[in-house]
Ligand binder design. Structure first.
Ligand code: SF4
Length: 352
């Protein structure tokens, strides 16, 4: 397609999708996420990147719109191969419509205030080879990787023989069926838990919270390493009551589950609000620790201490992180090198 300026405009390339069930009269039900869209011929799902075309469910997410090599700590994943790198791939699309999304130009494709299509079909073999050459993992992030199970499985097929693991940064909004299908090829996933109650989560994301909390547990049950992030969104998740409730929920799953508190920065439809104050992040960390969580992290506002992994028993520093590099790493197994107290994670290159 050519625009009125004469330049070629990128358009989605659609291909058959997984997680499809015929639902009668040419309709197809998508079972990838809990919305379970029942699509008439020609209709596109809530996510805008899956559609019914002549009775076949198709996806547009076998796409690389961004490819970027960055530190695993940037996902953020702090208990996964510290100091290693991730070749991160992202295509357009998300199941959520968060008002503060910093990646909204990519994630909100197809929505009224979203952006035009970006990206070309992903070359799974080339991406896996590049990650292997760089000694990096492969990651799907920036937009919603849960919408790209087909790409994830194709990457895994190429990456596994090369010893390249795959990680996700996800909103966790997937059906149990979908999680069970992709979990075997994932080393780790960071899941956003953005609110403590259904009403707040629905208001912020347009989706229910329960499936996200279920995903935290199910990915763990399936053997995937899970860390959780919570952005301190003004009026929603920056309230101490909300943070306390999230922290208690996570501590009930496992006190050793790493919890990352993320600073809010004004963006998208929330440009009038102020960035999160360092004091709010400090309060959030105290709330997490009071709830019993053993590893609460803050990337910047609390300096190096906010990024340090300590043994929960003897308090020795085990991993120290600068902003862009690891400055100490004493973890080679799931235990403190000093006192042997358990410190779970996927610490070594042989944990894949
Ligand atoms: S992945 Fe998209 S099409 Fe499928 S159920 Fe979810 S929103 Fe609907």
């Amino acid at each position: 397609m050519t625009s009125r300026h004469g330049a070629d405009e990128a358009r989605p390339v659609w291909r058959p999708a997984l997680f499809a069930e015929p639902s009668g009269n040419g309709r197809v039900r998508c079972t990838l996420c809990p919305f379970r869209c029942d699509l008439a011929d020609g209709r596109t799902g809530v996510c805008r990147v899956r559609r019914n075309r002549s009775g076949v469910l198709e996806t547009a997410t076998f796409t690389a719109a961004a490819t970027h090599l960055d530190a695993v700590e940037r996902k953020p994943l702090y208990h996964v191969r510290p100091g290693s790198r991730v070749l991160t791939v992202a295509g357009p699309g998300c199941t959520f419509r968060c008002d503060y999304c910093v990646n909204h130009r990519l994630s909100q494709y197809g929505r009224a205030d979203g952006s035009s299509w970006r990206g070309a079909p992903a070359d799974a073999a080339a991406l896996a080879a590049r990650a292997a050459e760089e000694g990096a993992a492969l990651g799907l992030s920036y937009s919603e990787p849960g919408l790209a199970p087909e790409l994830t499985l194709a990457l895994a097929e190429e990456a596994e023989p090369l010893g390249v693991p795959i990680v996700w940064k996800s909103n966790g909004f997937l059906t149990r069926h979908a999680i069970r299908r992709v979990a075997p090829v994932l080393l780790a996933v960071n899941i956003d838990v953005k609110a403590a109650d259904e009403a707040a989560h629905l208001r912020l994301t347009g989706a229910p919270l329960r499936p996200v909390l279920d995903a935290v547990e199910l990915f763990r049950e399936e053997g995937v390493w899970v860390e959780v992030s919570t952005p301190l969104v003004p009026g929603v998740s920056d309230e101490p009551g909300q943070l306390g409730a999230i922290a208690r929920t996570l501590a009930a799953v496992d006190p050793a589950l790493p919890w990352h508190l993320l600073r809010f920065t004004p963006d998208f439809r929330m440009t009038a609000e102020s960035p999160t104050a360092p004091s709010a992040l400090r309060t959030g960390r105290d709330i997490g620790e009071e709830a019993g969580l053993l590893h609460v992290y803050v990337e910047r506002a609390l300096g190096e201490e906010g990024r340090t992994t300590r043994c929960p028993s003897c308090r020795s520093p085990l991993v120290r992180r600068g902003l862009w590099s690891t400055t100490l790493n004493e973890m080679s197994s799931d235990a403190c090198a000093r006192c042997a107290h358990p410190v779970p994670g996927r610490w070594g290159r042989n944990d894949d």
